[in-house]
Design a protein around this ligand. Sequence first.
Ligand code: GTP
Ligand code: MG
Length: 332
Amino acid sequence: MFRDEARIEVLAGKGGDGHASFHREKFVPLGGPDGGDGGDGGDVVMIASANLNSLLPIGRRFRYRAQDGEAGRTKLKAGKDGLELVLEVPIGTQVFDAERGNLLRDLATDGQRLVIVRGGRGGKGNARFANSVRQAPKHAEKGRPGEQRGLRLELKLFAEAGLVGLPNAGKSTFLSAVTAATPKIADYPFTTLAPQVGIASLSESETIVLADLPGLIEGASEGHGLGHKFLKHVERCRAILHLVDCSPDSITDAVEAWRVIEAELAAFSPELAEKPRLVLATKVEGEEAEARAAELERAVGKRVWRVSSARRSGLREVLVEAHRLVRGVPAY
Ligand SMILES: Nc1nc2c(ncn2[C@@H]2O[C@H](COP(=O)(O)OP(=O)(O)OP(=O)(O)O)[C@@H](O)[C@H]2O)c(=O)[nH]1
Ligand SMILES: [Mg+2]
């Protein structure tokens, strides 16, 4: 699990001022008051959306402001209300008041709405102040200011795609190449001892949450090695990225490595056996590695994605495909 956080300030729209005017017409010298009311300022509203998975986009800006209400006009015309500002956040976002620290709401379901700050009421025009005693009020009311509030947003993230493979396959290196995460990387097996999560950005608004997991070995599903504990973790992911070392230096044959891991996933649970997945050939940096990747592709029977984290090649293509795969699969 991973914590994502953002701090923002929201400001609702100001109410429009009421207008002060008097009815004018030819040959009617003393018209009554006809100043219209100001419109209300817009609210700032937060909505939980299943299409988002990170607070990164909303955190790129600090201040958010809804539209002000329009001022009233003559002839009793009211000003238009300001538009509300809708901020979309991922499902599971917790909204805290930044100053007091208290939880305002947990946005737990798709489409859930929370009005965070209310727009100021529009001021009354002078027409409203007329009565039998004061028939020509000259003053109108000012619009009220909108509410303002500092917020802290917090999101507990579950990985969408889990990186699996034999020890040394290059899982941690891949995570560090495509996200800001800094897992430990080394040329010996079992470097990674606990899952680590990172967010890869495809564009301003599209991200994918990846989990780097400890390497799996033969018998993992029966409790061998370190990986078995984390197969439970993979079950919660929507997709699997299966990484296979294809470098000429690898002592394990790529096809054999792939078979071992697939057998462990299948033995662990039918859910894991059927989870959507991509097969990645890692460390593909020359003809020999490419030949291994091609052989692997024949065994797998579907596309094998060639990557090199060291040269940063093939990474974007894989992320785009993984994102597509994850989006096509329902959330658990
Ligand atoms: N040449 C090359 N070496 C790589 C690449 N990716 C990873 N390596 C090397 O492969 C070794 C293992 O990398 P890790 O990322 O630690 O492998 P891992 O799969 O996380 O290993 P465990 O945590 O033990 O399961 C390290 O020496 C890396 O530098 C790559 O794209 N090219
Ligand atoms: Mg690792």
